[in-house]
Design a binder for this molecule. Structure first.
Ligand code: ADE
Length: 348
């Protein structure tokens, strides 16, 4: 075990330590993220799994098993990768599946990892196949196999790596190949947070930002944050602006309502895009069922965005139903949008 394993010092350019954060992300939002498991609110079973795995690995003086997190954006996959690095005292290197275009991109990172370091691969399902194949021996045997020549002259040379941990994150676990999926010892789904947890997160964030917020305001903000901590924190900042400019600086129920209606966020937390998505199914396809590609074409949006960002919360809240013949807007969706359910028109 090197000193680095414990010290979390900063190394080459793309390497960030657990508490040194990528510069493309807003510092204030990042400072709202918990840095330790003890500060983490929600995802109780995942936190307990990680506490046990980290304590056991630390006792054995080994890195923790490779970890795969899947679930919709904003639920804490990246935060947990930072926390694992902090708790293990290793450096965190971050990359993403699409950024790993060539084998050399990955080899460069792997060969710079020291004992106990963490390699975080976001959107791991988008890693090119040729790069993914390099990951198999790296994850299983901490080695890279270099192959020279072809056919009967083929020779291979095994390059040993320091023992490290991969933390993978994906919004689409179903798109991961099984050889890759099977190499993760810990595989956890992050679910939406309940309102009580979001209230706790918003109060913690308001304290960190040094702003006063009433309990009813925290409850309303949480109700409208689509079960997602990243959205709570983003909306909290818009509400703070509103309270400071249009009120006396204290966040009340009324300031939350006024600020969020300006943001286009409705009483259930749906955004303009969510409502446009549901209206498209209702207005153009008689409520469904309709295929995602048809909805995406009508909306002129990427179908991946709809599947990853828009649909999970609508499915969770029962406003959208997925059937074998396509997507359908539920009766609750008609009611929420203030529309009459015309049974003659709807195809279901
Ligand atoms: N900020 C963002 N996500 C959080 C979480 N799960 N717990 C505490 N603070 C957070």
């Amino acid at each position: 075990m090197t000193d680095n394993f414990k010290s979390g010092t900063i190394g080459p350019q793309e390497i960030v330590s657990g508490d040194c954060l990528p510069c493309d992300e807003e510092n204030e939002i990042l400072s709202l993220r918990p840095g330790r498991l003890s500060e983490y609110i929600g995802q109780g079973e995942i936190v307990e799994t990680l506490k046990i795995a980290i304590e056991a690995a630390t006792k054995r003086l080994e890195p923790i098993d490779h970890v795969l997190f899947h679930g919709p954006p904003g639920l804490g996959k990246t935060t947990l990768a930072h926390i694992i690095a902090n708790e293990m005292g290793g450096k965190l290197t971050t990359t993403s599946g699409p950024a790993l275009e060539k084998g050399g991109d990955l080899i460069g990172m792997l060969t710079h990892l020291e004992e106990g370091d963490i390699l975080f691969i976001d959107e791991i399902h988008r890693t090119p196949k040729s790069v993914e194949e390099l990951l198999y021996p790296a994850m299983e045997d901490f080695a890279i196999d270099f192959v020279f020549d072809k056919g009967i002259h083929a020779r291979s040379h095994r390059y040993r790596l320091n023992r490290f941990t991969i933390v993978g994150a994906t919004t689409r676990a179903g798109l991961l190949s099984s050889p890759l999926r099977d190499r993760f010892g810990i595989f956890r789904n992050l679910d939406f947070y309940d309102e009580r947890e979001l209230v706790q997160i918003s109060i913690r964030s308001a304290n960190l930002l040094n702003i006063q917020m009433k309990k009813a305001a925290a409850e309303e903000l949480s109700k409208r944050s689509r079960g997602t901590p990243r959205i709570v924190n983003r909306l909290l900042k818009r509400v703070r602006d509103y309270a400071q400019v249009r009120a006396d600086g204290v966040i009340t129920f009324d300031t939350v309502e006024a600020a969020l209606s300006l943001e286009g966020v409705d009483s259930k937390g749906l955004t303009k895009l969510d409502r446009k998505y549901l209206r498209t199914i209702i207005d153009f396809y008689h409520g469904g069922p309709v295929g995602i590609e048809a909805v995406a074409a009508t909306l002129q949006e990427e179908s991946d965005t709809l599947v990853d960002v828009v649909e999970p919360f609508l499915l969770k809240t029962g406003l959208l139903v997925r059937t074998s013949s396509g997507r359908k807007a539920s009766e609750a969706a008609f009611r929420h949008l203030g529309l009459k359910i015309d049974r003659q028109k709807t195809l279901f």
